[in-house]
Write a protein that binds this ligand. Sequence first.
Ligand SMILES: Nc1ncnc2c1ncn2[C@@H]1O[C@H](COP(=O)(O)OP(=O)(O)O)[C@@H](O)[C@H]1O
Ligand SMILES: [Mg+2]
Length: 316
Amino acid sequence: MGVEICVEGLTKSFGHQVIWQDVSLTLPAGEVSVMLGPSGTGKSVFLKTLVGLLKPERGSVKIAGRDITRLREHDLHEVRKLFGVLFQDGALFGSMNLYDNIAFPLREHTRKSESEIRRIVLEKMDMVGLIGAEEKLPGEISGGMRKRAGLARALVLDPEIILFDEPDSGLDPVRVAYLNQLIVDLNAQIDATFLIVTHDIASARQVPDNIGLLFRRELVMFGPREELLTSEEPVVRQFLNGRMQGPIGMAEEKDAAQVEQELAALGDGGGKGTRSPGSQTLTPRLLPGPGIHRPPRWEAIARREAALHQETVVDA
Ligand SMILES: Nc1ncnc2c1ncn2[C@@H]1O[C@H](COP(=O)(O)OP(=O)(O)O)[C@@H](O)[C@H]1O
Ligand SMILES: [Mg+2]
């Protein structure tokens, strides 16, 4: 069914370096959320904190009512079984073929028989379109296939939550489109809670129910995709439109006067007043492919409606 993850007041530092502070958000059960942010803003650190691999200095991460930041190693181990994680590079063992890679968590964490393992592995390989590639080594296949193999491995323990760390990195736009469709289809099929870290704007526009943006050690915004895609907040607008003009600079931040000038030139008026044409277009959401049905999620629909009605003008 998927479980809700409730993050409150989360702060993470390494030594004196604060990575992000006071992050609060709720990942609704069964929905797809995307976390955006420039490189180095701590998106991977955020995912690792959610699974309890890194300890935050402050705040809580409640999963099924339990604060995982306070669990002891034994209980944490149990909670981690709720998660499937697709790491950036797929994190496959180079010397094992795809079948053994995907079977690995089952052999490690369960006492299932080899015939049962075989049924599960082939089912997951089928879900990600890898049937026939069982004997291949990770080094012999394309980057896109490696991501899908990593995804199949993340699926074998039937996770309630799947975390994706830049699933689109290193893939060409066509492969990214296929992967996005696969993610949407999987979400409809297994109904787990998904969190995808990416800086691909096209994916962020099409795939999720919710979008968050990390910038300058803060969670700038988190909410239904419609809310962020139509937001007037300068950082959110700059990032979602992939523009140079705005508060986000090449190295880090720009001074306020320069930002003001750039936004004025664009007609943004620093977030108020007139809009540059076309910048607020709501990209249609990717739907699950034919034959994949899921019941309507009324809560998500209600939140989306509320977000849309807050806006005065929304382009169709
Ligand atoms: N284990 C660690 N120890 C110390 N610093 C770390 C560690 N992991 C990440 N960092 C630092 O945290 C910052 C954010 O890293 P990361 O989460 O990888 O960013 P992103 O995924 O958004 O590109 C970086 O400055 C990185 O050097
Ligand atoms: Mg990262």
